[in-house]
Design a protein around this ligand. Structure first.
Ligand code: BTN
Length: 325
């Protein structure tokens, strides 16, 4: 969104009633036709603005789009989301993040959030395609971690806890975490996370935490097999949700947990993750690259690995794989 559009928007937001084009023009030192052009642009961006010859323009409803200007108004963080890049459409926010990190110093990009209204080549865990139509929240948080490498995988635990907590706080819905990092409402997935690291030897250049939340995704845009296993917040809450408010909340909740991680407070995150888990104390079937087995999920360790007591009594530690329960 361009500065002039934002300036017109601010005047409309601050005004308790309608404002004439003449007053806006005067206040901003631009022509009335320039004001009209910006009003048209704001409408195109999804802001509903009524106009009457007698009274002028009035902002009726704000846009649902995840514009940095809107997120900034609600953001309660110090670092995470203080830099935002917004795209109407991109292949994958993870891909954009990698490009930005390659072109600049990741240190300077720490906390940046890359957001897309839709992704045309979204990537999920284990290289799977991630369906990302308009209506969802598709975002990547770029981090220059100061967390020791062997605890870095807890970033996804921090992210999972943040999303589950944000959903609970915003809508009072009991969202839970399914290992490794899926967020569930009832027996359907509503969100997923993906951690990617750019590292060599023991140096981490940067980490990317991808977040996908099926907020207001129309269920009929999902394939029929996804429709059986996936839900959306809109379906659960019974109305379209405010994606800006939710994302701002997720970023805040994430910042708090990431701070714990940086401070070495691993136990707090593990404790919270456990309290929100729908996997622990349940029978699960695990599929890793080279084997499949079942047993009871009894614990998670500080690297995010799931501990399984197999049916033969043996204990198995699973770092990566699919969990069926
Ligand atoms: C999963 O498989 O559950 C993880 C899904 C992560 C999807 C997000 S959407 C934003 C970011 N960009 C991508 O292409 N993937 C992640």
């Amino acid at each position: 969104m361009k500065d002039t559009a934002i300036n017109v928007l601010k005047i409309l937001e601050e005004s308790p009633g309608p404002v004439s084009g003449e007053r806006i023009a005067e206040q901003l030192g631009i022509t009335r036709s320039a004001v009209w052009k910006q009003i048209r642009e704001l409408r195109r961006l999804g802001y509903q603005i009524s106009s009457s010859r007698a009274e002028g323009y009035r902002l009726e409803t704000k846009t649902d789009r995840l514009f940095p200007y809107e997120i900034n108004k609600m953001l309660r963080t110090r670092v995470i989301g203080r830099q935002i890049r917004h795209f109407d459409s991109t292949a994958s926010t993870g891909w954009v993040a990698k490009k930005l990190a390659a072109e600049s110093d990741p240190e300077k990009l720490h906390g940046m959030v890359i957001i897309a209204e839709e992704q045309t080549g979204g990537v999920g865990r284990l290289g799977r395609a991630w369906v990302s139509p308009a209506g969802g929240i598709w975002a990547t948080i770029l981090l220059k971690p100061s967390v020791p490498l062997d605890h870095l995988f807890m970033t996804t635990m921090a992210g999972s806890v943040a999303i589950a907590r944000a959903i609970r706080k915003e809508y009072g819905i009991s969202a839970l975490i399914k290992w490794p990092n899926d967020i569930f409402i009832g027996d359907r997935k509503v969100a997923g996370l993906l951690l990617e690291l750019a590292a060599e030897a023991d140096t981490v250049h940067y980490a990317l935490l991808g977040i996908g939340i099926d907020a207001n995704v129309p269920l009929d845009e999902l394939s029929s097999n996804l429709r059986d296993t996936v839900t959306t917040l809109q379906a659960e809450v019974g109305r379209e949700v405010d994606r800006v408010a939710l994302l701002a909340r997720v970023l805040r909740e994430f910042e708090l947990r990431y701070q714990q991680l940086e401070d070495g407070e691993y136990d707090s995150i593990i404790r919270e993750w456990k309290s929100l888990s729908r996997t622990l104390d349940n029978r699960v079937a695990i599929k890793t690259i080279n084997k499949t087995f079942s047993g009871e999920a009894i614990d998670i360790d500080e690297h995010g690995a799931l501990i399984i007591r197999k049916d033969n009594g043996k204990i198995e530690r699973v770092i990566a794989g699919d969990c069926f329960q």
